[in-house]
Design a protein. Structure first.
Length: 321
């Protein structure tokens, strides 16, 4: 790496300048302090509302963080692409997509609806993610499934931070009427694999949403997706190439909920947001970016995260097209 850096052969040759530009956008975006915290999970509404953090990690392992980048938060829906990638890696795309589609839903993330095949539209809305959770190592006891997931998250972050927030898990489970309704509706339509224990599946889904990390570590998770499924910090393969590619395709078309089309149009990069206010952006073969600011817009996306993405592509030509 040192030789590469000296020869200016790193993926971002002028790192100093890039870091300066990113820092400027970061400070600029701090001014967008509108938006509300998610209140439907009480614990999520009790975090400091004005936290703002950003981290980048390139596929060469160049890293930089700004703001509250070591503050912990729950992955929430940012877990969805990672769960998808892991199940894809484990059982393959055919078996997985026998239960869930690939189309943007054009609806809110927790909408009770299925596509014309009576499957959830895609793995990145709640319905689809609950089904993907039902496929995760589902022949093993619930404790083993959770272990598998948290160990996999540790592989995605390398030496970074992964924890579990039990109060968010309990709070979410208490207030999950919509996800229960969605799941019963899906069971009625035989979406799940046979012999499913619905409560176990939902518990696993809530537990995955309550896995905790920080911006600094989340950037490495995003960079692993940018790097074809190989963690750039330790060279360990976490998921296969095809699983990684399919994950990015879905993030591109469905990652920002009902704003995905506009995000693809204006920003042109795969991304995923969660109701805790976290967000990842993947620039394939270049870097992963993690953002955290808990104030959300009406669709559930972090206000500052979206503003940052827009300003990023104005400054750097990262848009895919
Ligand atoms: O299922 C839920 O309601 C949440 N635990 C996850 C939702 C989420 O992060 C959606 N994000 N915008």
């Amino acid at each position: 790496v040192v030789t590469k850096a000296l020869k200016k052969q790193m993926i971002i040759p002028d790192w100093e300048r890039f870091v300066g530009d990113m820092g400027e956008i970061f400070e600029d975006v701090r001014g967008f302090n509108e938006g509300e915290l998610a209140t439907y999970i009480p614990q999520l509404s009790r975090v400091p509302p004005d936290s703002w953090a950003m981290s980048v990690c390139t596929i060469d392992g160049q890293r930089k963080s700004w703001g509250d980048s070591l503050n912990p938060f729950c992955l929430q829906s940012v877990s969805k692409p990672f769960t998808y990638a892991l199940v894809h890696d484990d059982i393959g795309p055919e078996a997985l997509h026998a239960h869930v589609g690939q189309e943007p839903s054009g609806r809110l993330f927790n909408d009770i609806s299925l596509d014309h095949n009576k499957k959830p539209h895609n793995p990145l809305i709640n319905a689809g993610a609950i089904v993907v959770a039902s496929l995760l190592k589902n022949k093993t006891p619930l404790a083993d499934r959770f272990d598998f997931m948290i160990h996999a998250c540790r592989k995605f972050v390398g030496s970074g931070y992964i924890g579990f927030n039990n109060s968010v898990f309990l709070s979410e489970r208490e207030t999950a009427d919509r996800n229960y309704a969605l799941s019963y509706y899906m069971r009625e339509h035989n979406v799940f694999p046979k012999d499913l224990n619905l409560q176990d599946t939902l518990d696993l889904y809530f537990q995955i949403c309550s896995i905790e990390t920080n911006c600094d570590s989340l950037a490495v998770m995003a960079a692993t997706l940018a790097n074809g499924g190989v963690n750039p910090m330790n060279g360990e393969r976490v998921v296969n190439n095809r699983a990684c590619r399919d994950t990015l395709s879905l993030m591109y078309s469905c990652g920002m909920y009902d704003w995905s089309g506009q995000f693809a149009f204006h920003v042109g990069l795969p991304a995923k947001s969660g109701v805790s206010g976290d967000m990842i952006i993947v620039i394939p073969n270049v870097m992963g970016i993690a953002l955290y600011s808990p104030r959300l817009d009406k669709l559930g996306n972090t206000v500052r995260g979206v503003k940052f993405a827009e300003q990023l592509v104005q400054k750097y030509n990262f848009h895919n097209y």
